[in-house]
Design a binder for this molecule. Structure first.
Ligand code: NDP
Ligand code: 8X3
Length: 255
């Protein structure tokens, strides 16, 4: 698969694993993130390991102006973007809806919904112009059902489902595909961020279970991107085997 793949939030977890997975298949990468140092070292590492080239776009997906300048400035030879992985996202805290921190919720909503829209709005027209492309949004099992202390995050991921479905409808008269990947528990930096850097609390989320890894989800993203052009995988719900729903998880913990 020799394609150009644009991944947001590629400095950690699912985004970073996806960068490596597509590079291993010979794709060239446009990698977005906020941490210039991490992006530079990822680029150096991947370019040594795989026969590929990488363009870095350092900006916060919430910053509409920075996103526009970066994407408008993509050199012509990189503008034929085949796959967009809208991955950048986060959750902060586990507050109940009537008690939560409005400033934190602004960050979560602005990143997971408006940030994703910012990138979709800038990249999809390039695909429409070429009559080719695939937008892969990273939703979540959290978008299917709310859980305690997660309502705002769950709402953002329900929005990702609606935005994916709507975009698929709007692009139905084109060959452009839209996929919503909905992972369950994946052990990345996600819970460390949720618990404001408290690693012990983050580790407890995955205690007694074998969670998905970023690589597991990356493999699924790669799979949907590799389907024949007439095959549009609209959604995938992927969970670790110990998980049955957003709230039912079997743990092997000795008392
Ligand atoms: P990580 O925290 O490991 O990675 C998140 C990535 O998104 C980081 O590179 C982070 O960069 C980046 N990011 C966050 N905010 C922004 C922003 N405003 N602009 C640009 N980049 C940003 O978590 P995951 O890999 O697990 O998360 C990736 C996606 O998967 C998210 O959308 C998440 O909601 C979703 N997801 C995760 C699940 C899980 O259990 N882990 C399950 C279901 C879905 P930085 O380091 O700068 O913050
Ligand atoms: C992340 C999965 O269940 O921790 O989207 O919210 S969950």
């Amino acid at each position: 698969m020799a394609q150009t793949v644009f991944i947001t939030g590629s400095t950690s977890g699912i985004g970073e694993a996806s960068a490596r997975r597509f590079a291993a298949a010979g794709s060239r990468l446009i990698l977005n993130g906020r941490n210039e140092g991490k992006l530079q070292s990822l680029k150096a590492e991947i370019e040594v390991q795989y026969a590929t080239e990488i363009l870095l776009l350092t900006f916060d997906v919430r910053d509409r102006q920075a996103a526009k300048e970066a994407i408008d400035g993509i050199p012509p030879q990189w503008q034929a973007i085949d796959v967009l992985v809208n991955n950048a996202g986060l959750v902060l805290g586990t507050d109940r809806e009537h008690e939560g921190d409005l400033a934190e919720w602004d960050i979560v909503i602005d990143t997971n919904i408006k940030g994703l829209l910012n990138i979709t709005r800038l990249v999809t027209p390039l695909m429409v112009k070429r009559n080719s492309g695939h937008i892969i949004n990273i939703g979540s099992i959290a978008g299917d059902a709310a859980y305690a202390g997660g309502s705002v995050y769950c709402a953002t991921k329900a929005a990702v489902k609606a935005l994916s479905d709507g975009l698929r409808i709007d692009l139905a008269d084109t060959p452009i595909r839209v996929t919503n990947i909905k992972p369950g528990l994946v052990e990345t930096n996600f819970s460390v961020t949720r618990f404001h850097g408290d690693r012990a609390r983050a580790d407890a989320v995955y205690k007694g279970i074998k969670p998905l890894t970023g690589e597991d989800v990356a493999e699924t993203i790669f799979f949907v991107a590799s389907a024949p052009e007439h095959v549009q995988i609209a959604e995938i719900l992927i969970m670790p085997t110990c998980q049955a729903s957003a709230t039912v998880v079997h743990r092997n913990i000795k008392q």
